[in-house]
Design a protein around this ligand. Structure first.
Ligand SMILES: Nc1ncnc2c1ncn2[C@@H]1O[C@H](COP(=O)(O)OP(=O)(O)O)[C@@H](O)[C@H]1O
Ligand SMILES: [Mg+2]
Length: 217
């Protein structure tokens, strides 16, 4: 019998270190004999990548309403779940996701203030009720996260509508993530991301080994 596929998501403010830590985690896990897919949100399918451009870079998207933003994220995710995530999990493969439905709860619910019942309903419809097995939130002071995000090189030279948001927005996002970790302590773990890349990665490895006992020591 194949072992079950595992679904791990990384969450947190822009600039908290998700991309950095996912790269280290993939290098570590790919040394095992697991098949692992990396997915990013929004995007990861042809339709999803078009939606990503509209949400993040296209001037047409600049003035969209919060409701539209919620539905576009959900549309991108619905596609990713059905085309890639569920089939891979069914084959016993692993998924590492850079953001997933918790980002919608926190960004569109907590930070933009959309009604949480609507956000929850759309979220669970989009993901067909399959939540991640483990969610790691990289927890960082919002001012530090924002300054890391703004210092980061931007290869395309494009402005990013989401990472350019003000500090008040970053604070709402950080608070939203902390509240989520309190509501769902089994699935969602806060990882202190204030130290060096190596310190944060050591915390992540510890959490992953604790959750999945077959991982290398
Ligand atoms: N522990 C750390 N300390 C200082 N800078 C970091 C650390 N981890 C990542 N960075 C840098 O901060 C910026 C944002 O990190 P990144 O991984 O892109 O965050 P995210 O994907 O969550 O937005 C990058 O320039 C990255 O090199
Ligand atoms: Mg990133």
């Amino acid at each position: 019998m194949t072992s079950p596929g595992r679904f791990i998501t990384f969450e947190g403010c822009e600039g908290c270190g998700k991309s950095t830590q996912i790269a280290s985690t993939l290098t570590w896990l790919r040394a095992t004999n697991l098949t692992i897919h990396e997915v990013r949100e929004p995007g990861g399918t042809p339709v999803g990548e078009s939606i990503r451009h509209l949400l993040k870079h296209d001037p047409v998207g600049q003035s969209m309403t919060a409701e539209t933003e919620l539905l576009l994220f959900a549309a991108s995710r619905a596609e990713l779940v059905r085309q890639l995530i569920h089939p891979a999990l069914a084959r016993g493969e692993w998924i590492i996701a850079d953001r997933f439905h918790d980002s919608t709860t926190v960004f569109q619910g907590n930070a933009r203030g959309l009604p949480i019942e609507a956000v929850n309903f759309i979220n669970h419809f989009a993901i067909a009720h399959r939540e991640p097995d483990l969610t790691l939130i990289l927890d960082l002071d919002p001012a530090e996260a924002r300054s890391r995000a703004l210092r980061r090189p931007r290869p395309t030279g494009q402005k990013d509508r989401i990472e350019d948001l003000d500090l008040g927005f970053y604070k709402k996002v950080a608070d939203g993530y902390r509240a989520l970790a309190q509501r769902e302590p089994q699935r969602v773990k806060l990882i202190d991301a204030s130290g060096s890349r190596e310190e944060t990665f050591a915390r992540i490895q510890k959490e992953l080994r604790h959750a999945f006992s077959t991982l290398p020591r």
